[in-house]
Design a protein around this ligand. Structure first.
Ligand code: PLP
Length: 362
């Protein structure tokens, strides 16, 4: 019997993929992002489903992730978005992986017949080249530039001009490159936000959704345009109750006695803790679903165990399970809510679920 585990719905992943494809239309290809073990949904299983759904491209962060997908038999094109091309120069061809180049000096080190994408730092100030247009053109001329891409820093924030400025900068570079006679097959800018918020000028002919594939979208800030993606989470996170007990008023609970019962209570000790990725910050403030109702986390989250209030769930007993992320009846807890309680972002909740939490596909 598992103490804590994930249940991932591959059907839900497929439905989310189709929803995004329907939204952007058939003229725009999807490159689902399966980095970080598909945001912990399992890169191999998720990639198999997406390949089956017709995805021509997948994106990962580094060579290791790309190699693992090839070793698992994935045959789509795979873009490696955040590694150096000299990490393992022979691996690109051997594993049929496509590098993203972030510095113009890397181009000359590539095999001349290896297709690559060039990332433009259009104003995020992170990966990508910030070289001038003329320099970019002279370095890519005569090479196998297959794609030009950029990434937005603030694409859910409609109070900020940053996205518009980034888009214009990227546009200027794309036009200049094309005017010089170089025609990369793909131009791509959009992750989940510009899809969800209908920023069609950024869709070009390829888009890179990650978050929405897993059923999440961000909340927009400011004057938010219509929201387009009706996706829902594919992952539930469960834990077993190891022990149930009654405690008296005045009883301390957990490290540092950060919680002390004010009245007699029924508590449950769960087999999940921060070593599984449950944020320590949820101590005394997080909630999860027990017996179809929200239950408070009591005291500190410890490495392997967490205590909750079971006063409202008198029927639950040791060996039963509770839901950290997911749904019981009409009570829902998703990574966004958990992130709010933990003072972090939902991406970090999902990617932070540790590898010792096993996964089953339902
Ligand atoms: C992670 C990532 C994405 C996917 O972003 P989501 O917000 O998860 O859709 C797209 N492009 C790049 C460059 C990324 O690093």
């Amino acid at each position: 019997m598992q103490r804590t585990w994930l249940e991932v719905s591959l059907d839900r992943i497929a439905l989310n993929y189709r929803m995004i494809q329907r939204t952007v239309g058939s003229g725009v290809q999807l490159m689902p992002v399966v980095k970080a073990d598909a945001y912990r949904h399992g890169a191999t299983a998720v990639s198999q489903v997406l390949e089956h759904e017709g995805a021509q491209w997948l994106a990962v962060s580094n060579l290791e992730e790309g190699k693992a997908l090839r070793e698992a038999g994935i045959r789509t094109r795979i873009l490696v978005m955040a590694d150096r091309v000299d990490t393992d120069p022979r691996a690109w061809k051997e594993f049929r992986l496509t590098p993203v180049v972030h510095d113009l000096s890397e181009i000359a080190t590539l095999d001349a017949d290896l297709a690559y994408h060039l990332k433009i730092d259009s104003g995020m100030g992170r990966l990508g080249t910030n070289a001038g247009i003329e320099e970019i053109i002279s370095c890519v001329k005569g090479t196998r530039l297959e794609g030009l891409m950029t990434h937005f820093a603030s694409s859910a924030n409609f109070q900020s001009e940053q996205t518009r400025r980034q888009h214009e900068r990227f546009e200027a570079i794309c036009s200049a490159v094309e005017n010089s006679g170089i025609r990369p097959a793909y131009l791509h800018e959009a992750s989940t936000n510009p899809l969800h918020f209908g920023q069609a000028q950024c869709w070009r002919n390829l888009v890179r959704p990650g978050y929405a594939i897993y059923g999440y979208v961000s909340r927009g800030k400011g004057k938010v345009p219509d929201e387009l993606l009706d996706v829902s989470p594919a992952l539930s996170w469960k834990a077993r109750i190891l022990l149930v007990k009654e405690i008296e008023a005045g009883t301390p609970v957990g490290y540092g006695a950060q919680f002390v019962a004010e009245h007699p209570m029924r508590i449950g000790i769960l087999g999940v803790g921060y070593a599984d990725g449950l944020p320590h910050r949820l101590g005394n403030r997080g909630k999860l679903i027990a017996g179809g109702k929200l239950a408070n986390i009591l005291g500190a989250v410890s490495m392997d165990v967490t205590t909750i209030d079971l006063s409202a769930a008198p029927n639950l007993k040791a060996g039963d399970s509770v839901t950290l992320l997911g749904q019981e009846g009409d009570v829902v807890m998703d990574a966004r809510q958990m992130a709010r309680d933990a003072g972090t972002i939902a991406y970090s909740i999902l990617c932070g679920i540790s590898t010792r939490v096993s996964r089953i596909y339902v």
